[in-house]
Design a binder for this molecule. Sequence first.
Ligand SMILES: Cc1cc2nc3c(=O)[nH]c(=O)nc-3n(C[C@H](O)[C@H](O)[C@H](O)COP(=O)(O)OP(=O)(O)OC[C@H]3O[C@@H](n4cnc5c(N)ncnc54)[C@H](O)[C@@H]3O)c2cc1C
Ligand code: FES
Length: 278
Amino acid sequence: MTQINRNAVAIHAPIISNKRVGQYNQLIIDIGDLSRLCKPGNFVAIKLGGQSSNMILRRAFAISRTSSSATFGGTMELIVAPYGQGSTWLCAQSEGVVLDLILPLGTAFGIPTEPVKVLLVGGGYGSAPLFGLAEVLYARGCRVDMLLGASTGAKIYAPMEGKRSVNSLRIHTEDGSMGQMGRVTDPIGALINDLDIGVIYSCGPMAMLAAIDAITKDSNVLHQCAVEEAMACGVGICMTCVVPVTDGTGAVSMLRSCIDGPVMDGARVAWDKVGKTL
Ligand SMILES: Cc1cc2nc3c(=O)[nH]c(=O)nc-3n(C[C@H](O)[C@H](O)[C@H](O)COP(=O)(O)OP(=O)(O)OC[C@H]3O[C@@H](n4cnc5c(N)ncnc54)[C@H](O)[C@@H]3O)c2cc1C
Ligand code: FES
């Protein structure tokens, strides 16, 4: 059995703050010492709707950032887009509400042992795990450039915040309301050459991740992506979250993105088979 999730525990933890930031909510949750076990790329599974909820399935949220030196002890930050029943309930909860959580879950982004030049690419709320990752990579001595994209400017999470731990931040929106008009993937080919990028870290819609893989596949650039496959149990039991992955021989098998991911080697995902039965 995999060692992934060996640190995961179920806890009840209070919300310390919940602020609206553009089209998202930034939640800070007091998770105590567990904050030291959470790594960029890990996620939390949250029971939503309170005690009498009819939402049986937990929802997964990327852990955006953790802090172990805050006034409250260890905290984690989530960036939540109010979308359906569960996320809308979560965004409506105020300070003091106690949440039922399982964390930290899933694989984490690999951090290079030597400083390398990295590009972080986030689509929509997919930028969530990239902020904490940027801080870790920057502290490791890496040059960190970030590209954020969304359909419109209000869906770019805290653009000024993004600048804090990176050498450069570029924003692309499809309607041109913030940054350059176009898709976040448009400048990647040129940036790989101009900035001599060694590793791309990405998180966002599967179509964006597949497009990045198409750009990197004939290059020496490594692509670590956090896949966003729908999850029901979040802990490896139900098989709803499977993603087709190739092994060294080219054979494709379905891996559970909640325990073999969400962070995966982009070059191993069989992007043309995502969402299809083998
Ligand atoms: C690894 C990962 C990280 C994520 N990180 C973030 C994040 O940082 N911020 C963010 O806003 N969102 C994130 N999401 C998306 C989040 O988990 C929810 O899917 C999203 O918030 C919508 O949930 P909802 O309850 O509002 O919508 P709903 O439409 O009610 O539910 C959406 C999801 O709930 C599950 N679900 C609901 N009903 C069923 C059913 N009958 N059968 C099977 N599954 C069902 C499925 O996973 C479905 O995709 C992440 C998802 C994953 C997998
Ligand atoms: S979400 Fe149930 S196995 Fe992955």
